[in-house]
Design a protein around this ligand. Structure first.
Ligand code: SF4
Length: 67
């Protein structure tokens, strides 16, 4: 398990994303489908909130990582 810190940014590995939209459901302030039909991480000052962690945990493909 990675240590989570507010300084980190989630990154979606697009090649493994199946567009299930679970991350968007759980954290719509942080994830969205962009015009190219990819999940995009929205710009936030702080990604440390619980909903984002839940979204990352619940990605069925485990394709959201921290950078
Ligand atoms: S939860 Fe994972 S697989 Fe589903 S849309 Fe988000 S990044 Fe893609």
């Amino acid at each position: 398990m990675e240590t989570l810190s507010s300084m980190k940014t989630p990154v979606v590995e697009l090649s493994c994303c199946i567009l299930c939209e679970i991350c968007i459901e759980l954290a719509p302030h942080a994830f969205a489908i962009n015009n190219s039909d990819f999940v995009e991480v929205l710009a936030l000052d702080d990604y440390s909130d619980e909903n984002i962690h839940e979204a990352i945990k619940n990605c069925p493909k485990d394709c959201i990582t921290w950078e």
